[in-house]
Write a protein that binds this ligand. Sequence first.
Ligand SMILES: NC(=O)c1ccc[n+]([C@@H]2O[C@H](COP(=O)([O-])OP(=O)(O)OC[C@H]3O[C@@H](n4cnc5c(N)ncnc54)[C@H](OP(=O)(O)O)[C@@H]3O)[C@@H](O)[C@H]2O)c1
Length: 305
Amino acid sequence: MADQLSGPMAGKTVLVTGGTGGIGRATAARLAALGARVGITGRERARAEAAAAQIARETGNPAVDVFVADLSVQPEVRRLAAEVLAAYPRLDVLVNNVGGTWAHRHVTPDGLEHTFALNHLAPFLLTNLLLDRLRASAPSRVVTVSSGAQAMGRIDFDDLQSERRYSGQRAYNASKLANVMFTYELARRLERTGVTANVLHPGVVRTAFAAEDPSRVYKLLTPVARLFMKTPEQGAATSIYLASSPDVEGVSGRYFANRSPKRSSKASYDAQAAARLWQVSAGLVGLGSSRPQRQQQQRKEGENR
Ligand SMILES: NC(=O)c1ccc[n+]([C@@H]2O[C@H](COP(=O)([O-])OP(=O)(O)OC[C@H]3O[C@@H](n4cnc5c(N)ncnc54)[C@H](OP(=O)(O)O)[C@@H]3O)[C@@H](O)[C@H]2O)c1
């Protein structure tokens, strides 16, 4: 259907994670307006279908598809990838947008710390599962939404699950640094494939970010402070630019803010650490093996008890 639409993205297929609200929804809506077929993801079918219908109405593009998955749960990420591969014979752009922050430590059904699992391992796994399709659709793009918080991030390989020490801000910063390191390593692995990988800071944006965590300090932000935050549409500008602009054709392995390349933190350029993070992440999501390392480890612990 999108092929019949005009616009610079006509004929392109895009998947935006978290397209039901906030920056992701604004990204999906603009890309649909540009003529792309757009898949959005959310955790609840009714909410996702309502968002898709509204985007289709607003943009006049009926090619807005819904995928349902909780990305903090690895089997759901795998099911989502399988559904996307079945639905889309080509995939031109993947926008890894979903992310969140929690003041208290939570553990996912896979036994992983929630922030690290949702913000880093989910895009890592989803991208890897869709990579052959992106390669086959080249020139294609992977766009990952990080944050300025990456600058304060530190990857503690001895405590990736924050078992020894947890603070919401620390876990968030680390996960957003992981987004940048993942992108740089991905770009290195994708050299000469025609698939680019870039990462961005959207700015401080007025969304439902952190709303699921009742204890978050963000709740204290006064309505006045919120007035100075970007709208979701303004916050989506760099995601949209990286997903669609001819200016960044062939540009890969860069960090952007306000639609311009910027330096990310010194730590993010440590290629050895990025390769290590890739390897550890692959183990934690069970890439290349049938079962994630974490579950294998837990099973072993159970057997030894
Ligand atoms: N807002 C900011 O100021 C800011 C600043 C820097 C970086 N960022 C980054 O920008 C990205 C988008 O943030 P946002 O502010 O737009 O956040 P948001 O408003 O909280 O995003 C909501 C979207 O994320 C989806 N989502 C949340 N948890 C999910 C889960 N477990 N599985 C699947 N989908 C899930 C929601 O889907 P459903 O609720 O429909 O399931 C919804 O589509 C994040 O990566 C964030 O770290 C934001």
